[in-house]
Design a protein around this ligand. Structure first.
Ligand code: GTP
Ligand code: SPV
Ligand code: MN
Length: 614
């Protein structure tokens, strides 16, 4: 780490920053002049630097050191109670024209927002260190790899960015070579006066997460949590990158990425888009219950895809770590995650056990008799509140994942064989269905819906349309995003190798609200059907939502699933699908003239099929 100066105003010629890029140097200096930090540090990504920052955070009470015998080199952070998830209502797309943001984003005039933000950022880093983090999204040498620089006044963000992305010299070298870079400015918005005692989780009740797609800029104020603050993630790798991808002809999507190998050696790469807290990490780390099947992990949250010179859809994971949902993770649901978390992990908002380890709802069948909950209060099973926040998370490097594919960082990426959409739907959508064509698949993605989770503010369980699981993440007009997917389809005609598109629903419920499908490792049974479809060894049954598996083609052997439940979960009720298709029309109408005609046609075809069916 290079420490430039105690104060930006005393920066001397001897303390030159580690860059020759005038635009970078000037930006850093301009931000320092605005935010007035006590000092500036250029982050180099070294282990020594990480340990120093961690030690400082332990000293400040931001991190609690876990029992090193149980969880080596691991820490617990407790956030402010009002800073626990992404804040979609405070997230803005500040494109020049409101139409470019589209009706599903919060738009704000870029000039007005710049002036609001300039006010908020004025002296916002007073008394704090301003860290400059060069970071790379994607492996060096990939055609879609992009670089950014995050400025932040939060050491928690620096350490987290170091796990989630490639920070420091590697990224700076790419900038030095002349690559364009994304400006990502972050402040917790909690200036410290001289002698003032800092709090454990500084933040500000006023929050703004702002994106300027034309100038490829991010300004984030007031939150230190997850996607609000780790700007390489949702802000860059999805909102800004999706706008870049539209302009440059590729795709930036909210997806996990895996390689599947069957016992017979059939290999496929699957990319799946599920909304937040709807099963991407669990799919990415699946331990299959069917013997001989293998799932290797390439990514769990974000995928960047492009059509290569041979007309094949290739994909990389631009991240280098997992920021995964803790609750529900256990040795039975996700043993691979439990192994990944053996050490070197930062946990945020989970509970602390009496022996200095972590716990969250669903980790063990039996609840511990005593814990300290995520708010720092004593907790017992009678407390009547969750011990871990429902959106509590772990931050850990991909290299710790025992099932990480060797190619997870291959700049050439992998060829995508299947794309899967899915959401949390208590009813209506079957366990799995296959799209009839690329256009029908784009329609399924565009109209997908899911019940709200704790990953963002909002009413839990409320059904909302979440096109491509990108509702909070598309940095431009959602209708143009649909059109872009259709145009990618046109380009795949060169090879004719269209990934098959599926829609899944692990979350259908039966009487009493119980899940009909066991999920997790048993989802491999659905994957097997997809692989059989790719190999052409099974046919599907036509239905209004697409092709369904024949009951006999879904491997249910060894599963404790009542015959009625199996039939129900694979069934489609035309009346329900028709109601859903009509409901989806309000989104197509809202998006208005930007909605591609093809999607209206797919919608009316769906309704026609429902009519024929009933
Ligand atoms: P983000 O990180 O917010 O984007 O979430 P994600 O899509 O990666 O979701 P994740 O895999 O972390 O799962 C979220 C919650 O759903 C966890 O509590 C899981 O235990 C639960 N879950 C995941 N897969 C399944 C499944 O197949 N069946 C059931 N019933 N629950 C699941
Ligand atoms: C999500 O909400 O989809 C996440 C967590 O992956 S966050 O990084 O906070 O966006
Ligand atoms: Mn996510």
């Amino acid at each position: 780490m290079t420490i430039i100066a105690d104060s930006p105003n005393t920066a001397s010629a001897a303390n030159v920053p580690p860059t020759t890029r005038a635009d970078l140097f000037e930006w850093v200096h301009g931000v320092a002049n605005l935010t007035k930090p006590a000092r500036i540090e250029w982050v180099d990504g070294s282990l020594a630097e990480k340990h120093r920052l961690i030690d400082e955070m332990v000293e400040a009470g931001t991190l609690i050191t876990l029992n090193s015998e149980l969880r080596p080199n691991s820490y617990l952070a407790r956030s402010h109670q009002d800073d626990v998830a992404r804040v979609e209502s405070r997230t803005f797309i500040c494109s020049e024209s409101e139409k470019d943001a589209g009706p599903t984003n919060n738009w704000a005039d870029p000039d007005e927002m710049r002036s609001t933000l300039s006010g908020l950022f004025t002296e916002s880093m007073r008394g704090r260190t301003m860290y400059v983090i060069p970071f790379l999204m994607g492996p060096v040498g990939s055609p879609v790899t992009r670089v950014g620089v995050e400025i932040t006044d939060s050491p928690y963000v620096v350490v987290s960015m170091g796990v989630m992305t490639r920070i420091g010299r590697t990224a700076l070298d790419v900038i030095e070579e002349g690559a364009p870079w994304v400006r990502a400015l972050h402040s917790v918005g909690a200036p410290l006066d001289r002698g003032e005692q800092d709090v454990e989780w500084p933040c500000n009740p006023t929050k703004y997460i702002c994106h300027f797609p034309e100038t490829r800029e991010i300004w984030s104020f007031g939150s230190a949590y997850g996607g609000n603050a780790l700007l390489g993630k949702k802000a860059f790798a999805l909102r800004i990158a999706s706008a870049m991808a539209r302009d440059e002809g590729w795709l930036a999507e909210h997806m996990m990425l895996v390689r599947i190998t069957s016992p017979e050696g059939q290999v496929a790469h699957i990319a799946a888009a599920f909304p937040s807290a709807c099963g991407k990490t669990n799919f990415a780390m699946m331990r299959p219950t069917l013997p001989g099947w293998q799932v290797e992990t390439l990514g769990d949250d974000i995928v960047w895809m492009w059509v290569d010179e041979n007309g094949l859809l290739r994909a990389i994971n631009p991240e280098a770590g997992f920021f995964g949902v803790a609750p529900g993770t256990s040795d039975s649901t996700n043993p691979v995650a439990m192994q990944t978390l053996w050490g070197n992990t930062v946990f945020t908002n989970v509970a602390l056990t009496d022996d200095g380890d972590v716990w969250w709802e669903g980790m063990t069948k039996e609840k511990p008799a005593h814990l300290v909950d995520w708010t720092g209060q004593d907790w017992t099973p009678d407390s009547g509140v969750p011990a871990a926040h429902p959106n509590s998370r772990f931050t850990v490097a991909i290299d710790q994942c025992p099932t990480a594919a060797a190619e997870w960082a291959d700049p050439r990426g992998v060829v995508v064989d299947a794309i899967v959409f899915g959401g949390r739907r208590s009813h209506t959508m079957p366990l799995v269905t296959e799209a009839r064509s690329w256009a029908h698949g784009v329609y399924l993605g565009a109209t997908m819906a899911s019940e709200r989770t704790a990953a963002a503010e909002g009413t839990l369980g409320e059904l909302r349309r979440d096109p491509f699981a990108m509702a909070p993440f598309t940095g431009y007009n959602v209708g143009d995003h649909w059109d872009h997917w259709l145009s990618i389809g046109e380009r795949l005609r060169v090879s004719g190798r269209f990934p098959r598109i599926f829609h899944v629903n692990w979350f259908r419920r039966g009487e009493g609200g119980r899940f009909l499908w066991p999920g997790f490792g048993d989802n491999v049974r659905v994957v097997k059907w997809m692989m059989d479809r790719l190999a052409g060894t099974v046919s599907g049954i036509d239905s209004p939502v697409g092709l369904l598996p024949k009951l006999g083609d879904l491997e249910l052997h060894g599963l404790d699933l009542a015959a009625d439940d199996a039939a129900e979960i694979l069934s489609v009720d035309s009346a329900e699908i028709e109601r859903d298709a009509r409901d989806a029309q309000s989104l197509l109408t809202l998006v208005g003239e930007t909605t591609p005609d093809v999607l209206w046609r797919e919608n009316s075809d769906t309704i026609d099929r429902c009519r024929e069916d009933s």
